[in-house]
Design a protein around this ligand. Structure first.
Ligand SMILES: C[S@@+](CC[C@H](N)C(=O)[O-])C[C@H]1O[C@@H](n2cnc3c(N)ncnc32)[C@H](O)[C@@H]1O
Ligand SMILES: [Zn+2]
Length: 479
């Protein structure tokens, strides 16, 4: 059940909006998060004040809270990935507190800590048939793939699509110019939706396999193949009849066969030979597309407004792979709304989120220009907040019972030694505190014994756990 309207734009940090979205309410996430080591994020722009400029250098202080809130306690694999990234860039993991520090100016570990809770939320809001497309450049892609494996599971990796840019970045002398982007595709479950994607044959430049397959040429130069018309299974009384003097089990009914014959599409090499179907190459959907895309071009137009704008053709193609008309598409890093424009053009429902207030005007302008959307009849809803509507309201005593059972009749703190705890003794708490957007979803609730509850206070759950662990004798600290 969705709790946002089609054609919604949220101007806010996406972590808050994502946490406000109902679970399993989106068919496809297609997004292109920021990552750029050296540049301030959006190209300077007359209308943009310096204060609004999004600075894309990652620092720990901004992200540790979120990381401690969620990742450390719930996703140990992500914690290890972030710690490994920190150690690679010369940082260290503090044994006493479990905290990570890295001196790197543009820390990839900090970037991962920022992305991880957002990817966890993107995963939650996807329907079981949903697909995530995450675009990234060569600086971050290996790290993001680990993160995606940790959140979605390795078995749900679908593709790594390589997009060729039209112009390489710079002319370095001691390496090859980088000319590619990566789009990772992951499914929410084994039931992910997928529509096959075709590219038109290049008729002037056919590969050997197609030439061998479509080996006949008509007077006018059209290539075709002769295909079998008999049915693969033997026993089909209603499909068994005589046609052009030959009796077989056919693939088609007599009426359909006759119509194809009248249209000149059923041919017989000589009397008595089995009739065959004439299939023209130029009528085929094309060749099945693979995972290297060099034909999506660059972003259209004189692109001064949003330096990171991506081609609509790329997002149209991604959306077509994973959705049908009417399905819902989310871009939590919407920028100048390339995903939203592509979704609107393809009759998909969409929702975009961007932290930059300039995104609003740019999005509305582009939708009008590139999709002809009439803002009077089909307005775009612009909002700053969202609250989930799919959280059942469980009375406290029932919640205590449920948490008590889930926690193995213990306090939620795994390092606590309180014994013979009763459900009624549990103090109810939030892992992600409410002040930071945590909600009443049962997964966000914990039950603590009175002692732990007192010591935790308003601390983030992950931070509290790390401190608890640090108090243990050294040899028992492993988990
Ligand atoms: C690489 S750009 C996306 C460009 C987009 N694909 C397009 O074609 O315009 C990343 C965008 O993410 C936005 N952004 C960065 N951090 C964000 C956050 N925490 N929440 C929402 N948006 C964010 C930036 O303002 C920027 O517009
Ligand atoms: Zn306790």
């Amino acid at each position: 059940m969705t709790n946002w309207r089609n054609r919604s734009l949220f101007v806010a940090d996406n972590i808050h909006i994502l946490r406000g979205m109902n679970s399993e309410s989106v068919d496809c996430v297609a997004t292109d998060p920021p990552f750029n080591a050296k540049r301030v994020f959006n190209a300077p722009l007359g209308s943009r004040s310096a204060a609004q400029r999004f600075d894309d250098r990652w620092r720990w202080d901004e992200v540790t809270d979120e990381w401690q809130d969620l990742i450390a306690s719930d996703h140990p694999a992500i914690k290890e990935i972030i710690e490994a990234a920190a150690v690679i860039e010369g940082g260290r993991v503090h044994h006493r507190t479990g905290r990570v520090s890295t001196g790197a100016k543009n820390s990839i570990a900090a970037y991962l800590a920022y992305m991880a809770p957002r990817i966890v939320e993107m995963h939650r809001v996807l329907k079981p048939t949903g697909v995530l497309f995450l675009q990234c450049d060569t600086e971050a892609n290996a790290y993001l793939r680990l993160l995606l494996d940790a959140v979605f599971g390795r078995a749900l990796f679908i593709n790594e699509i390589t997009r060729r840019r039209t112009t390489a970045k710079g002319y370095p002398t001691r390496r090859l110019p980088n000319n590619s982007d990566t789009v990772f595709a992951y499914g929410k479950s084994r039931k992910w939706k997928w529509n096959p994607s075709y590219e038109p044959y290049d008729l002037a430049n056919l590969d050997a396999k197609t030439l061998a397959q479509y080996d006949k040429i008509e007077g006018g130069g059209r290539r075709y193949q002769l295909d079998n018309l008999t049915h693969p299974e033997g026993n089909r009384p209603n499909l068994t009849y005589e046609f052009l003097g030959v009796t077989r089990v056919w693939r088609w009914t007599r009426e359909r066969m006759q119509a194809a014959h009248d249209a000149g599409r059923v041919v017989q090499a000589a009397p008595g030979r089995v009739p065959r179907f004439k299939r023209y190459l130029d009528e085929q959907q094309g060749r099945k597309r693979d995972d290297i895309w060099s034909d999506v071009g660059q972003a259209e137009s004189n692109d001064v407004e949003w330096a990171t704008r991506k081609p609509v053709a790329l997002y149209r193609r991604l959306i077509e792979c994973a959705t049908d008309p009417g399905d819902t598409v989310l871009d939590p890093f919407a920028g100048c709304a390339t995903t939203c424009v592509a979704a609107e053009q393809l009759q998909r429902q969409w929702v975009g989120i961007d932290i930059d207030p300039v995104a609003e005007r740019v999005t509305l302008d582009r939708l009008a220009d590139e999709t002809g959307l009439n803002m009077v009849d089909t307005p775009v809803t612009v909002r700053k907040t969202l609250r989930r509507t799919d959280i059942p309201n469980i009375p406290d005593d029932k919640l205590r019972q449920a948490l008590w059972a889930r926690q193995g009749r213990q306090c939620a703190n795994p390092y606590c030694d309180a014994e013979s705890l009763r459900a009624v003794d549990l103090a109810l708490d939030h892992r992600i505190p409410k002040v930071r957007g945590g909600d009443n979803d049962a997964l966000n609730r914990i039950g603590l014994c009175g002692n732990c509850n007192g010591r935790k206070g308003a601390k983030a759950w992950g931070l509290f756990l790390d401190e608890e662990r640090a108090k243990l004798p050294h040899e028992t600290r492993g988990r």
